[in-house]
Write a protein of this length. Structure first.
Length: 367
C-alpha cells in the first residue's frame, strides 16, 4: 500500500460510533480533511463542528464522492452498510466499516464481489480484537501455548436498558447479531485457520417478546469447528436495567491439550458507587448508582481524550493508511463467516434443529 502523509476522511453516519471515529480522526496528525454525512444534516453539522471537520452533508454520496476524501468510515445502521461500502470501493477508497459487514449473506457476498473486482482495501470493525486482554490472549495463541484447542466458552452479559436502546434503533439488531458476533469473531481469530461447521442453539423468549421484539432474552449455542473443537457461546442482554454493566461483561475460556487460558473481562475489579448516579455509556439518560468501570464496549473518555478498544482500532486503521502497517482488523472474508454463524445461531434457536455451515444465499433466512 502506498504511504500517505495527508488523509481526507469521510465519516458516513453521525451516530454514536460515527461520532467517536470522527473525533478520533480529527485528532490524528495526518488527517487534514474531515467530512461528515448523516441522513439528519443537523446532526452531521454538529459533529463536523465538534470533531473539527471541514464539510457536512445530508447525502452519503456527496461525501464519498468528494475528491478530498481519500478513505471512508461507514458507521451507518447495520442494514445500511452495503451501498456506501460499494460506492467507496468503486472509487478506490479504503473503507473501515462497523460490524457486521452486512445484514445478510447476499449483502456480504455483493460486497466481497466488488472488493475482488476493485482489489480494494476493506476492514471490518470488531473492536474486541483491540482490547488489551484479548490482544495478550492472541499473542499466546501465536506462540501455541495451549497446544491444540479442543474447546472453549465465550459469554457476554448486559442490562436490558442498552438492549432496548439498540432494538428501538433497529429491531433486527438482536443481541446475537449485534453483540455475540464479537465473540464469534474472537474465537475464530484465536482458532485462526479453523472455522465453524455446525451450530446447535437454544434461547428463552420473554422480556423482549412482551415489549414487541423478536429478540431472545438468553441465547446459548454450541458451535463445532472443522477440526472438532467445540465452543459454547452465550449472550443475555436482558439483565435488570440497574445492573452495573455499562456495555459488556464477558468471559472467554480456551481449553487446549497443553494449556488453558481464562480471560475474565467482567470488570468486577473496578466498581463505582455514587449516590449522584453514573450515566450509562450507551444510554446517557439512563443512570445507575453502581457501575463496572471499564465495561463500556468502545472505551471511555478520560482526561480529555478517548481510550480503549475502539480508539485503538481507529488509530491503527489511520496509521495503516499513512504507513501501510499491518493491522489485526477483521478481514471481510472472516466477517462473512461471523455473519453466517450468528444467522445460523438464530435459526437453530427458532427451529430447534442443528444448522450446518457454510450457509449459501438461499439459506439466508433466520427461520
Amino acid at each position: 500500500m502506498t504511504k500517505n502523509s495527508s488523509l481526507g476522511i469521510g465519516v458516513i453516519g453521525a451516530g454514536r460510533i460515527g461520532t467517536l471515529r470522527a473525533r478520533l480522526a480529527g485528532k490524528h496528525p495526518c488527517v487534514n480533511y474531515l467530512a461528515i454525512s448523516d441522513k439528519d444534516p443537523a446532526r452531521a453539522e454538529a459533529l463536523m463542528k465538534t470533531a473539527g471537520g471541514h464539510r457536512f452533508s445530508g447525502s452519503n454520496d456527496d461525501i464519498i464522492n468528494d475528491p478530498k476524501v481519500t478513505a471512508v468510515v461507514v458507521s451507518t445502521p447495520e442494514q445500511q452498510h452495503t451501498a456506501p461500502i460499494i460506492a467507496a470501493l468503486k472509487l478506490g477508497k479504503p473503507v473501515l466499516v462497523e460490524k457486521p459487514i452486512g445484514f445478510s449473506i447476499r449483502e456480504a457476498d455483493q460486497i466481497l464481489q466488488v472488493l475482488h473486482e476493485t482489489k480494494g482495501d476493506l476492514r471490518v470493525g470488531y473492536s474486541r480484537r483491540y482490547k488489551e486482554c484479548f490482544l495478550r490472549a492472541k499473542e499466546q495463541m501465536l506462540h501455541n501455548r495451549l497446544g491444540k484447542v479442543v474447546g472453549g466458552t465465550a459469554r457476554v452479559y448486559n442490562s436490558r436498558a442498552q438492549a432496548f436502546a439498540i432494538l428501538k434503533r433497529d429491531p433486527h439488531a438482536t443481541p446475537v447479531i449485534d453483540v455475540l458476533t464479537y465473540y464469534v469473531d474472537l474465537m475464530c481469530w484465536f482458532l485462526e485457520g479453523n472455522r465453524p461447521v455446525e451450530v446447535v442453539a437454544r434461547g428463552q423468549h420473554g422480556i423482549f417478546k412482551e415489549a414487541g421484539y423478536g429478540a431472545h432474552d438468553v441465547t446459548w449455542a454450541i458451535v463445532t469447528f472443522a477440526d472438532g473443537a467445540v465452543v459454547n457461546f452465550g449472550v443475555s442482554y436482558a439483565l435488570p436495567a440497574g445492573y452495573p454493566t455499562l456495555g459488556q461483561s464477558d468471559r472467554v475460556e480456551l481449553l487446549g491439550t497443553e494449556g488453558t487460558m481464562i480471560i475474565d473481562d467482567d470488570h468486577l475489579d473496578h466498581l463505582l458507587y455514587s449516590e449522584k448516579g453514573v450515566p450509562h455509556a450507551y444510554v446517557p439518560d439512563h443512570g445507575v448508582k453502581m457501575a463496572f468501570l471499564g465495561s463500556n464496549t468502545a472505551g471511555d473518555w478520560a482526561v480529555g481524550d478517548f481510550w480503549g478498544p475502539l480508539a485503538n482500532e481507529t488509530r491503527a486503521w489511520l496509521d495503516h493508511l499513512v504507513t501501510g502497517a499491518t493491522t489485526v482488523h477483521t478481514t471481510p472474508q472472516q466477517a462473512r463467516v461471523n455473519l453466517e454463524t450468528t444467522i445460523a445461531i438464530e435459526r437453530a434457536v427458532v427451529t430447534g434443529q442443528p444448522v450446518r455451515l457454510p450457509l449459501q444465499i438461499e439459506d439466508d433466512s433466520r427461520h
